[in-house]
Structures are given as C-alpha cells and as structure tokens.
Design a protein around this ligand. Structure first.
Ligand code: FUC
Length: 780
C-alpha cells in the first residue's frame, strides 16, 4: 500500500467512525474523502483499496479470472487461468491395493480398525499420496504517477454488469478504471479514463511466482511465457503464455525490456489473454502462443465499448434470469464490509439478497461451458501451495459448488462438471480395475485437473469410495430440472459404470447380511474406535448408492435399455443397509449406534444427513420418523461449523422447514467469521463452497420441489423478510417459478411449465393439482 492509500485508509476509517456514532453515511456524500453508494443495489463497494487478497474483487469468464485490488498509485490484478495446475498426466492407481483389499475388509469386520488403518496407509493409497495444486498465473501490475489531494475514492463490483470499477479524484481530475473478464472475447480488459484530456500516464508490467520469462514485443505488448510446476514428483507438462497489449488514445506509448509505459493519454485500454497447452487430462499438446495471439487479435479489433457491451449482454443473459427482493433498509447504503460486520446486529435484508446474487455471480464467473468446473476457490487463487491444493474435494465441496446451479436458473453452468465426471469414467475405471479388480469406475474423496481418482491424503479422509457416485447425483439433478433426454443419454455411461463398480464391490456384512461398502468412512468423522474413520457401510454411502441405483434404473427405463441391469440394481438396492434410528433418537451415522460416543460430536461434516439434503430420501411428510431423527442429529451436531458446514446446515434446516433456525444459520454464514470483506466465504481460509451453499440455501427457503410437490415459501423467516418477491427460480420438472409475499404470507405466485405436465403445488397446508401444457403459466 502506498502512502496516499494509507492516508486514505486512515481518513476513511475516521470518517466511518464518525458515521456510526454521529450520522447516517448518506449525509456525508459531499465530503472530500467519501464517495456515495453506487446506483445499483447489486454492487459490492468500498471506500478504500484492498489491503488483503480477501478484500480484492473477483472477476472471471469461467476460465480467465482476476482479483482487482484497486490501489490508486499501484493497481494489482492477480490472475488465474483455470488449466494452470501443477504436474501433468499421471496415473496414481496403486497395484498393491488389490491384495490388501480382502485383508482390510476382514480387519474391519473383526473390529480391528487400527490395523485396517495402518494397512490402508501402507498399501492402499494412491501414488503420489497427494494430488496436484491449482496455481496462479501471476499479476498484472499498473503503476500510476503519485496522486495528489486524493478524494472521492470508490471501489466496486457491479454484479449486474460483471465489471469492477475504481474511481477517484487526484489533483482535480476524476479517474475511472474498469476491469472485466469477457466470456465473449476471452480476454481481461482494463479501461482507464479521465475527465480531462491528456492526463493518463501508466506503466504496465507483470510478475509471476511461476518458472517464466517476461519480455516486451512490438513496442506495446508484454509477453509472459513459462512452464508449469512440478509437484509430488510429477513433472510439469504444460507450457503457458500470458500477453498484455497496451493501447492508448493520445499521448505516447513506449516499451522497455519488460514493461510498457503510456504518457499523457486521453484513454488507455489494456487487453490480457492467457492460455496453457492443456487440452484434456491426457493431452497437453495445445499451443498457448497461438491461442493468446488470436484472442488478442480478435479482441483488439473491437472498440472497448463494443467489447463491454457484448460482455454485459452475455453476463446478463444468465444473471438476470433471477431477481430477489427481500426488502431494504438504510443499511443498504453503507459499504459492503461494514454491512457484513453488522449483519447479525442490524436489520439488513438486502445484504442477504446481495449475498444470494453474489453466489450466482461467482458461478457464472467460474464455471461456463468449456471451462474447468469451479474448484475449492472457484477460479481465484494467488498461492502456489493453496489450502487443499484448491482442487476438487468431492466428499461435499465440489457438489456444494453446484447446488445453486439448477434452482437459481443457471443450468448450463453444470457442463464443466459433466465433462469432469465423464473424464473420471475413464481414469476411475483404471483405479477400479487396478485397486479393486472391479468393473465400472470410481473416484475417492478428491480429484484434480488430471482426473486422479485413487485414494489420497491419508486413510481417514481418502479411503472413501463414493465420491464419483455422489457426483453422479449432481448430474442426475440436471436431468431432473431440465428433463433433457439427450443429456441423460450422455451421462448414462457414468451412472451405469458407477453402479457396476458397486455391484462388484459391495460386501455382505456378517451381522445382518446387508450389502455394504468396505473399507469406507462417513466422510472425515472419526468413530469411537482406534482414532480412525475406517468402517463398513456408513449411512451416507448407503443413501448415495440408493440414489445412484434408483437414478440408473430410471435412466435405463427412459432410454429403454439394459433391462437385466435394472433388475440387478433393484435387487441389490433392497439389500443395502437401511437408515436406522439410534438410542438418542438420532439418524445413525454408522451401521452401529456409535454416534453419541464419537469423539467429534460437533463435527463440521453432516454426511449421514445427505438423505435429507441434497437427496430427498428423507422428507417431512414422506418419512416423518426419519426426518425427526435427522433433526435430532442436526441438533446434536450444533450450529457452529466452517463456511460450507454452515451452507449445508442452512439447506438442511430449510428442508426441515424451520425458517427461524435456517435464518440464524444464514446470519452466522454472512458474518465476519465466515464472510470476508469481499464476500468470499471463510472456511477459514477462503473456500468458495460456503458462498454456493448459501445461495442454494436462500433459494431452498423460498421454494422446494422434491417429494413430488412444488412448495411455495416452505421456510420463509417471516419476521426478518415479511415482504418480498422472487422471480425466475427453477423447480424440478422443468418449471420456472415466481413468488411474492406480504406480511409473511403468500400474495401471488406463477408457475411456468417448460414441459407439459401435471403438478402438485403446495402452500402451507393448501395443495392444488394443476395441469400445464408446455409454455403455459399457472397463477396462484
Ligand atoms: C474436506 C473438509 C475440509 C475442507 C476440505 C477442502 O476435507 O473436511 O473442511 O473443506 O475438504
């Protein structure tokens, strides 16, 4: 931070102090240091530049992402490209595992969990034992001349345009800086303007923690060229390139070896392209130079305004499908960081709406058709060694990332995850064969860019065979919401292969002769014995497999194929261990009633409640006893958890239709312990899943569509959100729903059918059966 910025920060802090004690902020609009709130309520905004990374503002086009810091004399835009990971194609399957498998099973059935743990650690984990990290490209750095008498500073991210903007006055000149990552033109564009001619001077440079060179070309372009890093003994196999072109209107442009300088321009546009040689998990023969050169040529041929308009139109095509109004208050005029700080103490319903839309913004910005799926940090990571490698943790986190996709009307953004799963069908088949001697495919609790599928990290978290099966449920949901048969045919091999793996590997447990997974775990939660998680037939596995088999059967029926397989799956499904209610009235997490003796009673994972949400095996009206047991389990676990732990609890309480409890969870999630000033979810550290869980949870409070009904306002917190409306939510069956409410009661609703069907609508105890033709709208 520069001296000017420190001064601004101090001034801002002092004024903020005065604001809180003495007067509402909007009375200070005219003062030199303070800028008024932006016009659009769907804007995150701040009175100071970002000091920390978790204060910077994220932009992204699904593939190419940036974090905008907004410094006055020095702008830093930290860059990511979603295929720049360490390593190269590799196969982690461990051949030693196959012989160890029957021994591990025997040890677990004999209650020798400690010995099983040691055996898994020695013989059954993948090689290497950790997967590859997602890594940053580097930074675009802009240096400006010393600022004088700075005032009117505002830094903002407009969710409705997907443009980050910095404005300030220096020496009487108003400067505006706009930054976007265009999904249309595949570049990051930076636009610098001022309200007086000839006043823009800037030097552009780059830096990187990667093994790369930086040089200028043709007097106006900076080129960074490098190779990706080695990790865990897997050599870097990718090359990458980033190119920045600097274009000035008026003034002069000059280059030295590594930077490009502009002096006295009227306007400046910088275009940045970045790419790697990644083509697929087994093909790294791409040409990043050809890609970045053609992307720059394409974008460079357009005016900035044309680029901006195309960017905004494409963003709005997705973003504007849903509107949410939960009411507003004076707090909505304050800077975002202050609102998060005070959320629990004050009345700020609009912040919940902003948080909801921010989650949708993040998914649009980190997962678009053709890109990689949103990882643990979406697409935003500045570290070479990020927490959990910033990859795909598929025992909750990646699935949670996609929870809001269908319900908040962004179904096409699931496409990258669909491709990831279809890749896993191939790599996971190797792991199934080598480690289990089984047909089909599986993935354990993690995967990465290279679609690694063997167990990693350690027995306690890694030895869990059901990650791929859970991902299949996420793909199935896309079919449930869209009823797209072509899509169903595309994902059917994944469903079938995942099912075949379990047909080959389920084992009869000795006590009841139920069929169970073994070795397995209830993700990451230790049971009472030998300080391990390893066990047979945890409740979550049984629930996931019930869904997997049911979905595979239904898919085969719809596609009219695989009759014998359907029968076999139906028979096997009957023999899975059932959901059980334990002595404390809880839903049992394990085959045995161990729950109350487990060492981490308040564990962040709530795996055995998968059946309540995201699945709908347990419902309030369909299985009331199990729903009551799930509620008990949730009460025992308690309300305190990591960001995603809260995101999950929010959805669970919404499914239990306890609106007030759901709201207290949302309050926790949207408070400084779990939300950074830039609204990123704090695990801590930053992990994006909580944002997505939060968005999905708010939707789940307003509309539910499992259990054969479309239910309006199932968990509306009437005291805090008495009046409001939502449009464009999606319900299963290809339905679009709008709802408005007044004084805590339904005022009106519309349901539009994309496909002709008969639906059952519910509000409270009232139900209506409605026949709808395709395209028809019903009004309640
Ligand atoms: C699982 C969780 C952790 C974290 C990690 C990425 O292992 O238990 O809390 O979210 O994934």
């Amino acid at each position: 931070m520069t001296a000017t910025e420190r001064q601004l920060l101090r001034a801002g802090a002092v004024v903020t102090f005065v604001v809180i004690i003495a007067a509402p902020p909007f009375t200070l609009r005219a003062t030199r240091q303070i800028e008024s709130p932006p016009d659009s309520p769907l804007t995150l905004w701040y009175r100071q530049p970002a000091n920390e990374w978790v204060e910077a503002l994220p932009i992204g086009n699904g593939r190419l992402a940036g974090m905008v810091f907004g410094g006055i004399e020095r702008e830093r835009i930290q860059l990511n490209e979603d295929t720049l990971w360490a390593g190269g194609p590799y196969d982690p399957a461990n051949p030693q595992a196959l012989d160890a498998l029957p021994i591990a099973r025997r040890l677990i059935f004999a209650g020798k969990y400690g010995e099983a743990h040691a055996l898994v650690a020695e013989k059954m984990l993948g090689r290497p034992m950790r997967q590859m990290p997602f890594q940053p490209v580097g930074d675009l750095l802009l240096t400006f001349p010393a600022a004088l008498n700075v005032g009117g500073y505002r830094r903002e991210l407009d969710l409705d345009t997907a443009v980050a903007r910095v404005t300030y006055v220096s020496d009487g000149v108003r400067f505006v800086r706009e930054v976007l990552s265009s999904p249309v033109d595949q570049v990051i564009a930076v636009r610098l303007t001022a309200d007086r001619p000839g006043r823009i001077s800037v030097t552009a440079g780059m830096s990187t923690p990667q093994d790369a060179t930086i040089a200028t070309e043709d007097g106006r372009t900076i080129v960074m060229r490098g190779v990706n890093a080695e990790s865990q003994g897997i050599k870097g196999a990718l090359t990458f390139e980033a190119r920045v072109r600097v274009m000035a209107e008026g003034g002069t442009v000059s280059a030295d070896k590594t930077s490009v300088a502009v002096a006295g321009a009227n306007r400046v546009t910088l275009l940045l392209a970045a790419a790697t040689s990644f083509k697929s998990f087994k093909d790294v023969s791409g040409d990043p130079r050809a890609l970045t050169t053609s992307q720059l040529a394409g974008a460079g041929a357009k005016s900035f305004d044309a680029l901006l308009q195309a960017h905004i139109a494409e963003h709005r095509r997705l973003f504007r499908r849903v509107t949410l109004d939960l009411g507003s208050s004076e707090a909505a005029r304050r800077p975002t960081g202050e609102r998060i700080r005070d959320f629990m103490r004050g009345h700020d319903p609009q912040l919940a709406a902003l948080y909801f839309q921010f989650g949708r913004y993040l998914l649009i910005s980190s997962s678009r058709p053709g890109s990689q799926p949103a990882n643990l940090q979406g697409d935003w990571n500045d570290q070479m060694k990020p927490p959990w490698e910033s990859k795909y943790t598929i025992n909750i986190n990646t699935e949670m990332n996609y929870w809001p996709a269908e319900s908040t009307n962004l179904p096409e953004l699931v496409e990258p995850l669909t491709r990831l799963v279809l890749d896993l069908v191939e790599t996971g088949a190797r792991t199934a064969k080598v480690q289990y001697g089984a047909r089909g495919w599986l993935a354990h609790h993690n995967t990465d860019l290279w679609r690694a599928s063997a167990p990693v990290d350690g027995p306690a978290s890694g030895m869990w065979p059901t990650g791929g099966a859970w991902l299949c449920q996420t793909l199935w949901e896309h079919f449930e919401y869209t009823r797209d048969r072509t899509y169903l045919a595309r994902i059917y091999p994944a469903l079938k292969g995942a099912s075949e793996f379990f047909l080959d590997t389920l084992v009869e447990e000795p006590a009841h002769k139920w069929l169970v997974t073994v070795p397995s775990a209830s993700p990451e939660n230790r049971h009472p014995f030998n300080n391990t998680t390893l066990t047979a037939g945890p409740a979550m596995d049984m629930q996931i497999l019930r869904d997997l088999f049911t979905n595979t059967i239904r898919a085969a029926e719809i596609l009219t194929i695989d009759r014998p397989l359907r029968d076999e799956l139906a028979a096997t499904r009957e023999r899975l261990a059932p959901s059980q209610i334990g002595k404390a009235g809880q839903l049992q997490e394990w085959l045995e009633d161990w729950d109350m003796a487990a060492p981490d009673l308040h564990h962040r994972h709530v795996s055995h409640l998968y059946g309540l949400y995201p699945s709908a095996q347990i419902t309030l009206r369909g299985t009331p006893a199990l729903a009551a047991a799930a509620r008990k389990s949730l009460e025992i676990r308690g309300d305190n958890a990591t960001g995603w732990g809260l995101g999950w609890r929010l959805n669970l309480w919404a499914r239990l239709q306890d609106a007030e409890h759901a709201y207290t969870i949302l309050e926790r999630l949207l408070s400084p312990e779990r939300t950074y000033p830039n609204m990123f979810d704090a695990h801590p550290p930053f992990q994006i899943d909580g944002n997505f869980g939060g968005t999905a949870g708010i939707a789940e409070m307003l509309l539910q569509s499992h259990a054969g009904e479309i239910e309006l306002l199932p968990a509306l917190p009437k005291k805090t959100w008495p009046n409001g409306s939502v449009t464009g939510l999606r319900a299963r069956g290809g339905l679009e729903v709008g709802i408005s409410w007044k004084d805590g009661t339904l005022a009106s609703a519309t349901v539009r059918a994309l496909i002709g069907q008969t639906i059952r609508l519910r509000y409270g105890t009232a139900t209506r059966i409605v026949n709808l033709a395709a395209g028809q709208t019903y009004s309640w």
